[in-house]
Design a binder for this molecule. Structure first.
Ligand code: ADP
Ligand code: ASP
Ligand code: MG
Length: 407
């Protein structure tokens, strides 16, 4: 049996018109000899009646923070609605389908409500459905604990559902359908002439996703990579061939930078030895942050100061911790971390020089930089981030780099 997992994101299932396009994709897969397993997200985006954010807005902040299990139960409802509605659409075309909760499809998780990890996938339920030539329509983003409580897998987690099922069923491919043509050189909402990347390696997409490109969940990419299952990101709304993600990508494009991602809401912290003279806590600060589960990045340690960034939502616990340790610091709020990613970065001289030249020419202040084998980061103030990303995209010639042939 040739199995394809077809995951449809929130905007793909948001209206009846779009659900008909979803139906076409499922029928096409069947016509091509595949047994589809469909995974759906909650309909629409914030403000739409059954979208995850809309459901979350029904609860107050305190309840959400102190009742993670109940919050997961509410959050899971959006996907459950989509599952049954999509099954109804299939039924109208006389196609047999079985709507399933994540747990009913066999996804067992730990009890880390809100960000559960999958500990087992039992394919006993799905295989007989597929053998009967019916289409399972699985609610994405959710699983069940061993003692029967519904969990969610972290925001954007329907991609994880698709890949975890793909891996468990040893699918021939996993298709992620969304509202853009595939993985682009930058978020098309930020860079108007971002181009479609036709073929790219798992590790570059993982890095793009991990650094903020919301188009796919990094954990989903990791799972597909481990099983070496081809992952395709496509547009529900057209017939563009999309992006194929595989082990090696396509070296023919031969680019230094493959794409640019961006993360807002960063706060840059600067702790200097001079301000904390005589305070021994200063020397353990990075360990203490780790022990308090405050994650930091862009870490630069100098003899006389330590600079790093944290997420804005950790600033309050961070400031409480610093007060308790009697450590003084200065900070720069409202920063964005821009990541330039590409397997071609290593061994190519002058990449950082181009970045500095481009941003300086645009009059954009660079607060910090860092680099690894595949990624170069620069921290800028958020109001200049869009201009920075566009300028970098232009100067690294990412416009019209890959051509999407639409049919
Ligand atoms: P879905 O509901 O289908 O899961 P998401 O909103 O999670 O959709 O992801 C799709 C969005 O990701 C696009 O609308 C696009 O704005 C955004 N995005 C961010 N970075 C990229 C990128 N590099 N390529 C394509 N889309 C991107
Ligand atoms: N509906 C969930 C979210 O908004 C999961 C998903 O869309 O993948 O995060
Ligand atoms: Mg998504």
């Amino acid at each position: 049996m040739k199995i394809v997992i077809q995951k449809f994101g929130g905007t793909s299932v948001s209206t009846e018109e779009r659900r008909l396009l979803v139906l076409e994709k499922i029928l096409d897969a069947k016509k091509n000899g595949y047994s589809p397993v469909v995974v759906v997200s909650a309909m629409g985006r914030k403000g739409d009646p059954y979208a995850t954010d809309t459901l979350l807005s029904l609860l107050d902040k305190h309840f959400k923070e102190s009742n993670l299990q109940a919050t997961d139960l509410l959050m899971s409802c959006g996907e459950i609605i989509s599952t049954v509605v999509m099954s109804n659409e299939l039924n109208k075309r006389c196609i047999d389908s079985v709507p399933l909760l994540g747990g009913q499809s066999g996804i067992i998780t730990d009890n880390n409500f809100g960000k559960a990890s999958v500990i087992n996938v039992d394919t006993k339920k799905l295989l007989p459905i597929l053998n009967e030539k019916k289409i399972p329509v699985v609610a994405g983003f959710q699983g069940i604990t061993e003692d029967g409580y519904i969990t969610t897998l972290g925001r954007g987690g329907s991609d994880v559902t698709a890949c975890i099922l793909g891996s468990a069923l040893n699918a021939n491919k996993i298709e992620i359908y969304t509202d853009v043509d595939g993985i682009m050189t930058a978020d098309p909402r930020i860079v108007k002439n971002a181009s479609l990347i036709k073929e790219i390696s798992y590790n570059e997409v993982f890095e793009l996703a991990y650094q903020g490109a919301k188009v796919i969940h990094p954990r989903a990419v990791e799972i597909a990579a481990k099983s070496n299952i081809p992952l395709v990101v496509k547009n529900t709304l057209n017939h563009c061939s999309g992006t194929i993600i595989n082990k090696d990508g396509n070296e023919k494009y031969n680019s230094v930078i493959t794409g640019i991602a961006n993360m807002n809401n960063r706060v840059q912290i600067n702790v200097s030895l001079a301000d904390n003279d005589g305070n021994s806590n200063y020397f353990n600060i990075l360990n203490t942050l780790g022990e308090n589960k405050i994650s930091i990045d862009l870490i630069n340690v100098f003899p006389n100061k330590k600079i790093f960034t944290i997420n804005k939502n950790q600033f309050i616990p961070f400031s409480i911790m610093m007060k308790n340790l009697n450590i003084k610091y200065s900070y720069e709020d409202n920063c964005s971390k821009i990541a330039l990613i590409g397997n071609g970065i290593k061994d190519v001289p002058g990449v950082m020089a181009t970045i500095l030249k481009t941003l300086t020419k645009e009059g954009i202040e660079i607060l910090q930089t860092a680099d690894s084998n595949t990624t170069i980061w620069c921290l800028v103030k958020t109001p200049s981030s869009v201009a920075a990303i566009n300028a970098l995209h232009r100067d690294f010639n990412l416009e019209n780099k890959y051509n999407c042939i639409k049919d």
